[in-house]
Design a protein around this ligand. Structure first.
Ligand SMILES: Cc1ncc(COP(=O)(O)O)c(C=O)c1O
Length: 392
């Protein structure tokens, strides 16, 4: 029995696996058990931002594993302190809470904002979130995720969460009040097809958050860490969040999430209020430090912006030639290409031709390549993508 069949036999059937068995990854490529080489255009859904088997990540793992892998939260650890310092130095935040995943970072944020609300008024418990948002699969994350098909079977969910349509200022106006303790947003909604928030909506959030004293939580699990061409996606706007959540690429391939908190709210959670056994694991923080060092480097930032411009240009060229592409959205190297019902066909043809693509929201090819992808690799993608567009 091959691993694909063993997977079906022994692992709960909650994922749609692609019929490919990967043996190893190097740079922007994955290799299957028959040594077929695939250009990885979604990097483990925005996790492997430095590509696969990055030498500095491997070195950090070796170095840290010589000392210790786990200590427990009774001790401080050098790598987690260094990573927290780096995150604070490069953001609005003054302190960090580490988790293992994005959904757990959002759980931490949920607890913080509810406690914040209670410090003002026992009725200040309402949370605004957006339809088509994605914030994770645990009960808190799922309750925030405004997508009935993920939620329905698991109700009742966490109460007092109100969903409104993204970019609908009028809807926002009808739900804001002093009873709201927070709004959760993704600057660009990833899972729902790379859908950005517009500036009118962002301005309105800023105004109402001040007026009604509610906190702005930016879920940058997908958009964060240079994915959109700036270290954090909020930097493209005039919005500065009170809390920001990260995960995905933060650990360089190891599980790591974080909640970043601004100075005003850094003391809301007290000893004993929240915790996790593995969150901020010394090994994940060692690789996280490499990720932050690489991605906060100004040369790297400029290179991502340059590659983004190039890729958008190439995609726009294809759009003008092939009507199957109806829209191209996104920022940096987080790009959604709307192709309607052809998305899954394109995905299958692409992996036959050695390119791995992600499809989200059924109709959108979501490009999330490694941030250090080379231009010639982008050319390879464009050439193969065009050869497929000719046939669909
Ligand atoms: C914006 C956003 N938030 C939260 C999550 C959940 O992260 P995790 O799967 O690490 O729990 C995801 C995962 O795709 C995400 O895209």
């Amino acid at each position: 029995m091959n691993d694909f069949n063993l997977d079906q036999k022994y692992i709960l059937n909650t994922y749609k696996r692609l019929p490919i068995e990967i043996k190893k990854g190097r740079g922007s490529y994955l290799y299957d058990i028959n040594n077929k080489k695939y250009l990885d255009m979604f990097a483990g859904i925005a996790v492997s931002s430095l590509g696969h088997h990055h030498p500095k990540i491997i070195k950090a793992i070796k170095k840290q594993s010589k000392n210790y892998l786990h200590l427990s939260n009774y001790y401080t650890s050098k790598t987690s302190v260094a990573l927290a310092k780096k995150l604070v130095e490069h953001s609005f935040a003054s302190k960090v809470f580490f988790t293992n995943s994005g959904t757990e970072a959002n759980e931490a944020a949920l607890k913080l904002v509810r406690k914040y609300g209670k410090t003002i008024d026992s009725k200040k418990t309402k949370i605004i979130a957006l339809h088509e948002a994605f914030h994770g699969r645990t009960y808190g994350g799922l309750s925030l995720t405004g997508q009935p098909h993920y939620q329905e079977a698991f109700k009742p969910l966490i109460p007092d969460i109100i969903h409104i349509q993204r970019n609908d200022v009028k809807a926002l106006e009808t739900v804001v009040s002093d009873d709201v303790c927070a709004i959760f947003i993704e600057m660009i909604q990833g899972e729902s097809g790379v859908q950005p928030l517009d500036s009118d909506f962002i301005n309105a959030i800023n105004i109402y958050a001040k007026k009604h004293q509610f906190l702005i939580v930016a879920d940058e699990v997908q958009t964060g860490l240079l994915r959109t061409g700036k270290l954090f996606a909020y930097e493209h706007t005039n919005l500065v969040p009170d809390i920001l959540t990260l995960a995905k690429s933060l650990g360089g391939g190891l599980p790591l999430g974080a909640m970043l908190v601004s100075r005003l709210y850094e003391d809301i959670l007290k000893p004993g209020d929240h915790g996790t056994t593995f969150g901020g694991n010394p090994l994940s923080c060692a690789t996280g430090l490499v990720v932050m060092q690489e991605l906060s480097n100004s040369k790297m930032i400029l290179a991502v912006q340059d590659k983004s411009e190039y890729l958008f240009q190439q995609l726009e060229n294809l759009k003008s030639k092939y009507p199957v592409i109806t829209e191209i959205r996104g920022k940096g190297l987080m790009i959604g290409v709307e192709v309607g019902q052809k998305a899954l066909d394109i995905q299958v043809k692409a992996y036959e031709l050695g390119v791995l693509l992600n499809v989200t929201h059924q109709t959108v090819i979501r490009l999330l390549p490694p941030l250090n992808i080379h231009k010639k690799e982008l050319d390879q993608f464009i050439n193969i993508f065009e050869s497929i567009l000719k046939t669909v």
